[in-house]
Design a protein around this ligand. Structure first.
Ligand SMILES: [Zn+2]
Length: 117
């Protein structure tokens, strides 16, 4: 992996901007509008899917972390089941990309960010 820490931070910023562009300020789980957080579908340390919009989703604070019934962080298997059902194509693509060896550069990632959704 040849992306520096500084480039990583820049790519995460672009990642978040692309999510805002796609999802707006609406929680993609419950539809609530207002404060939303960018959440990584597959854990953020697993590269390179870390920076691709197909691996991100905007969630309200409740669906992200706070609800006792369903949250991306507290009930991850429920969240994964839900995500797979709603976004089967994203799940398939991101799983392929994540577990495929990647030796690209910052510029390669920028291209990938543009190409996928
Ligand atoms: Zn929500």
């Amino acid at each position: 992996m040849s992306v520096s820490d500084k480039e990583d931070r820049k790519l995460l910023k672009v990642w978040r901007e692309l999510l805002v562009e796609r999802d707006g300020d609406r929680c993609q789980k419950c539809g609530r509008e207002g404060v939303v957080h960018a959440h990584h579908y597959i854990g953020r340390r697993r590269r390179p899917g870390r920076w691709l919009p197909i691996n991100g989703i905007m969630l309200c604070p409740s669906c992200h972390k706070l609800s006792s019934e369903f949250t991306a962080h507290e009930t991850p298997s429920l969240f994964t089941d839900w995500f797979r059902e709603i976004y089967p194509d994203r799940d398939r693509k991101i799983t392929e990309i994540h577990y495929h060896p990647f030796k690209g550069t910052y510029e390669d990632v920028i291209e990938m960010q543009k190409d996928l959704e």
